[in-house]
Design a protein around this ligand. Sequence first.
Ligand code: D41
Length: 791
Amino acid sequence: MSTDSTQAAQRILDLRTELDGHNQRYYVLDQPSIPDAEYDRLFRELQALEAAHPDLISVDSPTQRVGGAPRAGFTEVRHEVPMLSLGNAFAEADMLDFDRRVREGLADDLPPGDLFGGGAEVEYVCEPKLDGLAVSLLYVEGQLVRGATRGDGSTGEDISANVRTVRNIPLKLQGSGWPAVLEVRGEVFMAKAGFDALNQRQLESGAKPFANPRNAAAGSLRQLDSKITASRPLAFCCYGIGQVEGELPDTQLGILQTLQTWGVPISLELYLARGIDACQAYYQRIGAKREALPYEIDGVVFKVNNLAWQRELGFRAREPRWAIAHKFPAMEELTELLDVEFQVGRTGAVTPVARLKPVKVAGVMVANATLHNMDEVARLGLMIGDTVIIRRAGDVIPQVVQVVLERRPLDARAVEIPASCPVCGSHVERTQLVKRSKGKESFSAGSIYRCVGRLACQAQLKQAIIHFVSRRAMDIDGLGEKSVEQLVDLGLVQSPADLYRLQFDQLVGLEGFAELSSNNLLAAIDNSRKPELARFIYALGIPDVGEETAKVLARSLASLERIKRALPEVLTYLPDVGLEVAHEIHEFFSDAHNQNVIEQLGQVLDIQGQGELGAEFAACTTLAGLLDKLHIPSLGPTGAKTLASKFGESLPKLLEADWLDLRQTLSEKPANAVREFFSVAEQRERALKIEAQLREFGMHWESEKRVVAGLPLAGQTWVLTGTLELMSREHAKAKLEALGAKVAGSVSAKTHCVVAGPGAGSKLAKASELGLRVLDEAGFVEQLQALGVTP
Ligand code: D41
């Protein structure tokens, strides 16, 4: 043998071993260890080597077989008609080759081409290639009798119980005229939204999240317990048929459309293209829509429409000659983790960031990926030097989804959180994330690391200033991230209040600051001196306080003083403020450093919109509700109610009660708990303090039966949709909120009114469906005027 073929033989053996290993992990263990794109490359390398050295082909080469063995636990199913696999095209040229082979294969059937060499064109059915799991559904007399995986194409697994849980798979065909035996084939997949929600749930329950929707679909479908399958957001889309006893149309499209009339889901993107150019155009169109589609696709599939021609073309090595998949650039690639660096965010959170050997993922160069937190690093089992799978889906930041353990180098290093802040050198503190749920504080597994340097840390200061000046916060135009960095680095700005002390002479001459831009910036800063309270609160950058929460705080408490003093329990009386956010707010204002920054800002700003308390607190509440918020062990909501009514809705009376009084209303355990709770002086005082603050903020016990006049639209939810022509949507929203209404993004039965401008679509349709009140913009303006508000 020549050295060339000796080398080829060795490489072929290596490739086969490697591919067999991947097949085993992919099909049998549901744990793929490399991205599809990498697998495809290895597979094609092997195919090419075998094509060049046909004598080296062996029957057990992965190229001669597709798929894997059924997993122990499911019954085997033999496919009457084999489930073929699909050939792949990666470039336009591959598609032209495919079309040429089709036309050559059909030469006798096609009409002659024209005089200019243009051949007759073939009709192709086009559809997206879903990234899921191929399955077979057998219907006998219209009844679903069996579901099976594709397996290796000849033998799959019986997953009947599981497919029955997939919501859009008909258990019985609709209508009539279906063949006595009909095998429907298609893809079971998981939509992007369902996948995200599932992974969220997996994380919350401490389970491992799935790397991508395909793994999630496969893992869900191959559950031995079909109850688990039922809880997963799976869907089915038919792409063809297998065994048939009866009549069906004689085109691919005709069959799919007929199946649809029987209730079988087919692709919404189906398209009939005449000629290969129309196919290429379809590929481009779907490619442009790819990220916006609600499910993941990895290419587009083209099939000769005429069934007689499909039969004539036949197949070769398990791939039909009449169909091909034109792949899109892969969303996942392999690369190397060069290092892990630590970034410090606005709230001081120290987060690991992956520095990668640059790699192109779906057309975009990726050199960094977020690692979220140290728990994520631990979950991935990540070490520096590892080969990792990078995934870029939609417009989200690239993510590290998996470590390829087999490729871990001997000198791989552990990822360690620095003991001190990489920016300011302050101590890095570990905070165990506390999940405060009803009744108890539970420690979740999560923890974050925080630099304790606050605004003395340049990184936090920069982020805080960038947030402070942003459009939705103080809206100071002309101060981009680069300029903020400069001002901080030069020591000109050491706290947000320093912005208001900047002088022309300090600015002019800095990078990006000529005379005009310096003056413009100073004017913009000056213009921001009278912020609305909500804007100011939002600009402070309190963890977990977004614009909405800032508005709620401003509207209901209506003064910075009250917001600063509000007790966490009192804050939870506000709409949409949970205990966790309430604690964040309280802790923020209790911090001496923050108090200092706010104090300084108070000297340079004139905060607007402070005054009377809003309607939120004017609402009545009950003593039982307050007891509930104290989280007294063993005291449930019912116990709290009986207790409150027994003591005439009066906290002082309840505090005077002795054990016997308590025992008259409660059973022994809660009675003891209540006595014990209030025997601690601090807790007694705290309860009284909360009550006093609630009263100060305008709350009344329901028992006091005082009629409270709220804002005219208090308690109502409004939705704005379509284009408003007389005013901006923000303006309309502000007006509604000032009247006490909540403005929501989606229509539900709880919506009070929908304001619909031109171009309103599904929200308007839903409103009419629900019989809701709908106003056009003119009607809305009238309504505002009727309520005494200038539009
Ligand atoms: O959407 C898909 N993943 C898809 C897969 C599709 N739209 N069409 C397909 N057509 C076939 C043939 C042409 C063989 C009937 C397929 C597959 N096969 C397929 N899926 C998995 C292996 C083969």
